[in-house]
Design a binder for this molecule. Structure first.
Ligand code: PMP
Length: 388
């Protein structure tokens, strides 16, 4: 006890994940369909794995470029140029140890002790947790659920800004709600950030998992090069690489050296052989990604259809990412419900309370899965809701 008490307060009080207790409880249960974590069921495709194995075989076991190997930074520039309608150059990219590391570095650069970081809630919990561990103050601004989906209230963001606010974290398409910011939302948020001198940390990692159009609206579409926007991103979701822990930052080239140095001061770089796999993902992975998006869309439609008939279950149809965030009439304790779903329905879901206070009363299902499994899980959840 005495040892713990002597640790930094921010470390001691970091909120534990609200999803892992449910995963630990249900892990390994026979016949359970696990839809609790933010990942699909597929192993990383072999063309990506083979490229990493080749790097290892070639003896790429030394310290390497802090900002990422030049070939990968160039591949990132090609990928962005292909998808985001302007020309990108390799010196705008810094390779990180996953999306989470990119977020940590973006926070380290923009929000210190006592600074306030705004974010929309319900939200993926690691963001506010990382801000708090860094000594900053995460300030949730609620997304509202209207009859036509989730709504971002720009006035509420404006009202939450104080002289201590330094950064605004925006995740679109959103985990867990599936909300997608419109171009108009992004323009207004950018204008607000400009007016108050805030940094925007743009988390558009699900950008290509958009169920309308080629991709979701992006800050790239509305910003000027000199705007204070730092993009955080990851290989995890697009190419089934959650376990690799490789991601990236996209920043104005004048900031690259600073972020490169923050890599030096944290992980000291990403293993070179993993970066070989990442290059294969970017250069040869469009086909795999298109299949993933199509799997997610088919599963979303099936899931929404089944649950729309279920008693007491309500949701806004997700417009992006691969999660369904649904509420259940009269549900008070979403954590208890998630445990009950393991016991009674043999389905693993994430409790909404894991995504902040605004998420209580909700449950999250990840639908980036084989259609049959998603349909089976949806039927089990519907039966469970009926029997409650
Ligand atoms: N941002 C969001 C919105 C996420 O959902 C996740 C992963 N669940 C991340 C960032 C981090 O990705 P990574 O697994 O690469 O750390």
């Amino acid at each position: 006890m005495t040892l713990v008490k002597n640790l930094r307060l921010e470390a001691r009080e970091a909120p534990p994940s609200g999803i892992y207790p449910v995963i630990d409880y249900g892990r390994g249960k026979a016949g359970l369909i696990p839809l609790w974590a933010g990942e699909g069921h597929l192993v990383t495709p072999s063309f990506i794995r083979d490229a990493a194995v080749q790097g290892l075989t070639n003896g790429e076991t030394f310290y390497t470029y802090q900002a990422g190997i030049p070939d990968l930074r160039e591949a990132l520039a090609r990928y962005h140029t292909r998808n985001f309608d302007r020309t990108f150059s390799s010196d705008e990219f810094i390779v990180t140890a996953g999306g989470m590391h990119a977020i940590m570095l973006a926070l380290q650069a923009t929000a210190g002790k006592g600074d306030e970081v705004l974010y929309l809630s319900p939200a993926w919990p690691n963001l506010p947790a990382a801000a708090a561990v860094a000594g900053a103050i995460p300030v949730p601004v609620p997304l509202r659920e209207g009859s036509n989906g989730w709504i971002c209230d720009i006035d509420a963001i404006e009202a939450a800004v104080t002289p201590r606010t330094t950064a605004l974290f925006l995740n679109t398409p959103s985990n867990p709600t599936g909300w997608v910011a419109s171009h108009d939302d992004l323009r207004q948020i950018l204008e607000l950030a400009r007016r108050h001198g805030l940094w925007i940390i743009a988390d558009e990692i699900y950008s290509l998992f958009s169920f309308e159009g080629r991709r979701a609206p992006s800050f790239y579409d509305v910003m000027d090069a000199e705007d204070r926007v730092v993009f955080v991103n990851t290989f995890s979701k697009n190419w089934a690489m959650t376990g690799w822990r490789v991601g990236w930052l996209n920043v104005h080239p004048s900031l690259s050296k600073i972020f490169e140095n923050l890599v030096q001061c944290s992980t000291s770089g990403v293993p070179q052989f993993l970066q070989r796999g990442a290059i294969a993902a970017l250069d040869e992975g469009d086909g795999f990604l298109a299949e993933q998006i199509s799997t997610a869309k088919t599963a979303r439609d099936a899931l929404c259809k089944i649950l729309s008939w279920a008693e007491g279950i309500r949701f806004s149809v997700p417009q992006g990412a691969f999660y369904l965030f649904f509420s259940i009439d009269g549900l008070k304790d979403s954590k208890e419900a998630a445990f009950e779903l393991v016991d009674k329905a043999n389905v693993g879901v994430a409790p909404g309370s894991a995504f902040g206070r605004a998420g209580n009363g909700y449950l999250r299902i990840c639908f980036l899965r084989d259609l049959k499994q998603v349909e089976e899980a949806a039927n089990r959840v519907a039966d469970w809701a009926r029997a409650r």
